[in-house]
Design a protein around this ligand. Structure first.
Ligand code: GLY
Length: 282
């Protein structure tokens, strides 16, 4: 499947689910002194995630051109680029987990036709210091969905990537709880790194298993968030509902969804070859 076909299918799928298609914003952000480049689809939407009314409504989608200098040292492996396109959909205080997770599963597994046997997901284990609970709702939604696709759906608590590489994965495990280093998303990273005023939330990510042999240079055992190249992250549902304040984390005026999925990586999964440089997009 070509990158253009995946992009069209995604935008049409989200349109059919009530989303307005918005254009890709400029790579150099306008009126935003916090960053030099647009590095994610949510970047131009920050004011609306903070509660401003968007002229196109509360359900938005696009394919955003992005530049991330933070990945520059990784360029040269099979999955990192500095420039990429990110498929995105947003709920601005409209739908939340119980709509997003089934939709995105349908997009990956039916529309793109990825093999459910190679599809792995994660959920946020919670963070006591930020006062954010474990995301059992996301894990339970995935359990129901994966059962419908006829694949095993047992859940494992991994915590940190380091603990995960010591423990490894057991047969049938497909939904993995990780800590904030893996399953929290904000533009600044983990909750402790966020400046006051920054927004973020726990997330639920999707990974594709390319079945390559584990490289112990990256840890004793493989697991979905391992960097050895067997698994590749192909999308991230961020449940953007917190803002950092002087007093700690508070809830935003609304619960938002911020989904981002790298188009080149989804195309690599669709081609069943974990090298993004072999997709027609590159
Ligand atoms: N905004 C979600 C992501 O970049 O993964």
């Amino acid at each position: 499947m070509s990158g253009a076909e995946i992009r069209d299918k995604y935008l049409q799928f989200m349109k059919n689910n009530g989303h307005a298609i918005i254009p890709s914003a400029a790579l150099v952000p306008e009126n935003d002194p916090t960053t030099l480049f647009t590095g994610s689809g949510m970047q131009p939407l920050v004011p609306y995630l903070l509660g401003e009314t968007h002229p196109k409504g509360t359900r938005l989608t696009n394919s955003q051109k992005c530049f991330r200098a933070e990945d520059i040292e990784e360029v040269g492996d099979s999955s990192h680029t500095t420039f990429f396109e990110m498929l995105g959909n947003w709920s601005l205080g409209d739908y939340f987990k119980k709509e997003q997770i089934p939709w995105i599963a349908e997009f990956y597994l039916k529309e793109v036709g990825l093999d459910p046997k190679k599809f792995y997901v994660t959920a946020f284990i919670g963070d006591a210091s930020a006062g954010v609970p474990k995301d059992t709702e996301a894990a339970e939604l995935w359990q129901e969905i994966l059962a419908k696709y006829g694949v095993s759906n047992s859940v494992a608590e991994l915590g940190s990537a380091e603990e995960a590489s010591k423990r490894g994965m057991k047969d049938g495990e497909r939904i993995f709880y990780y800590d904030a280093a893996e399953n929290w998303w904000s533009r600044a990273g983990t909750p402790d790194k966020m400046p006051v005023g920054e927004i973020g939330g726990g997330d639920s990510e999707m990974f594709y298993d390319f079945g390559t042999e584990h490289d112990t240079k990256f840890g004793e055992h493989c697991h979905p968030a391992c960097d050895c190249g067997r698994f590749m992250e192909i999308g991230n549902n961020v449940f953007m509902e917190y803002i950092k304040t002087e007093k700690g984390f508070e809830k935003l005026p609304a619960q938002n969804v911020d989904f981002g999925g790298g188009l080149e990586r989804i195309a690599a999964a669709a081609n069943n070859d974990g090298d993004v440089y072999k997709t027609d997009l590159l």
